[in-house]
Design a protein. Sequence first.
Length: 311
Amino acid sequence: MKIVVALGGNALLKRGQLLSAQNQLENIRCAAAQIARLAHEHTLLITHGNGPQVGLLALQGATYGVVPPYPMDVLGAETEGMIGYQLEQEVANLLPAECTVATLLTRVEVDPNDPAFTHPTKPIGPVYTRDEAYHLNADREWTMAADGAGFRRVVASPQPLRIVGLAPIRWLLDHGAVVIAAGGGGIPVTRISGSHKLQGVEAVIDKDLCSSLLAQNLDADCLIIATDIEGVYLDWQQPNQRVLKNASPALLCAESFATGSMAPKVQAACQFVQATGKRAVIGLLDQIEEMLAGTAGTLITPDLAKPCKHR
């Protein structure tokens, strides 16, 4: 089977956990152990989020006033290399020496007129208290939004239109490599008007929507979205909350999910299932193998519903 595994940035650096390289490495090792076992039997492409990581780099850059802060596309490339390096090394350490693990920087084209540029929704960086969020909004003009019991900075998250550089990804997969690509949703670029040339843009693409597009382009058999909760919940944070074991796009389209967190995961899974007729699973980072086996997470399978637009 050809499988795309999307690792959540909030699963690699968990909510409330110190955003340190060591904590990230320990969480990556949990994923790497499962990925290495799956690599013996399946063709694997790994993607990953970068919300906490890119936000941390932006926060660090903002404290150094000697130079202007680096733009989001450059920070996205930095996190793609950083997380990709750790993933590549940990997975490769668990595989025979002759196995290839390759990390690719991946550009992803977006529409410069995407309405997301005027309505930021993508959470990045650490969680702040209400007072901290208020001062960051006032001092740095960051847009802040509620995230659970706290607040996080949110930035533009345009829809991915095209994966730039599919050919080398396909070539590596066809030659037996475990490929790590489109990290953080890829590096966001837009086309220069009247030209084939591309330029970076101030945004962070949702990694789940990008992973879904990539899985469709590569004709994957399954999309696994590994995050920091056990599945898709109905009535989240309500007394009657419950996790779905099985779902269809039709069922999920009738529900509302949190913008910037579960909503894009559900949307990405629905898009993959509806476009391919295959399956997607959403669940915990440390249950990737069980999700593939169908014994953990929320399994999403096809139906005849119209394409969904999540609120």
